[in-house]
Design a protein around this ligand. Structure first.
Ligand code: ZN
Length: 272
């Protein structure tokens, strides 16, 4: 499943492809639904619109035009790419033809993705965007914020970090990696994270996400960017998917369990 660094990679590439602010000439819908029905009428109202920018909020990609916004989510297997003539693929669901001559394709074999409209400047009106916590790489996500929001929470710290109302975009892989670097066991109760731990955790979360963005994301579960390239951060993972292997710090075997339905990895020696 693409996580924040992967979505950020796609955002940067889409941004680059549309930096000359092309006009949307037409949409072609090869399916009427993904996880939900696509608002085809509303999308067609954006024909003739100029693309102003591409943004990311949590794991949503937001294409902003002068006639409204297009929100997409990659779900499990979604991709964006430029599809030239003759480069159609099975499971291409939407094509956007641009005045620059490019055709953008949104493809999603497993159809857990989302393709919708949203009102620019009134993101709170979108049920997808309104309850989201701060961005982990943004200025609002401070150690004070984290520590305050962990008060009174009995859930394990890893589960709390993955709650999108607390902070967005810290998915399963990055939660495990950040907790390892911060020396905090994923099972520790959220309200037993000290101020000093919270400070370490915020900087470790930022560090793992930024390092992954710098490497184009990780290509676990087949992530590919718009040009089909794979990220390489999976080679830098220190605990995730390393069950039974030696800890990079102390050589103890990495443990694994399932927490809240998600695979969780930690070093029983380095993390308390
Ligand atoms: Zn260790």
């Amino acid at each position: 499943m693409p996580e924040l660094p992967e979505v950020e990679t796609v955002k940067r590439e889409l941004s680059e492809m549309t930096k000359d602010q092309p006009i949307i000439e037409k949409f072609e819908f090869l399916r009427k639904d993904l996880r939900d029905p696509m608002p085809i009428k509303k999308l067609n109202l954006m024909v003739g619109a100029r693309i102003l920018s591409v943004q990311r909020r949590a794991k949503y990609l937001l294409i902003e035009t002068d006639k409204g916004g297009i929100l997409s989510h990659l779900g499990m297997t979604g991709t964006w790419r430029v599809a030239g003539r003759g480069e159609e693929l099975v499971h291409d669901h939407v094509y956007i033809f641009l005045s620059s001559g490019l055709r953008l394709a949104f493809r999603d074999p497993r159809r857990f993705g989302i393709f919708e409209t949203f009102t620019i400047g009134n993101e709170k009106a979108s049920s997808r965007l309104k309850d989201l916590g701060p961005e982990p790489l943004g200025s609002e996500f401070t150690s004070d914020y984290l520590w305050t929001h962990l008060r009174g929470k009995k859930a394990p710290i890893k589960t709390a970090l993955m709650d999108q109302k607390m902070v967005v975009g810290v998915g399963n892989i990055y939660a495990s990696e950040a907790l390892f670097r911060a020396g905090i066991r994923p099972q520790r109760r959220a309200d037993r994270v000290t101020r000093a731990d919270a400070q370490k955790l915020v900087s470790c979360i930022r560090e793992v996400l930024q390092q992954s963005i710098d490497k184009g994301g990780s290509s676990i579960s087949d992530f590919k960017s718009t040009n089909g390239a794979e990220g390489s951060y999976q080679d830098s993972l220190q605990v995730y998917d390393r069950k039974g292997q030696s800890c990079v710090v102390c050589k103890t075997h990495i443990r694994h369990s399932v927490m809240a339905g998600r695979s969780t990895y930690w070093c029983p020696c380095c993390q308390v």
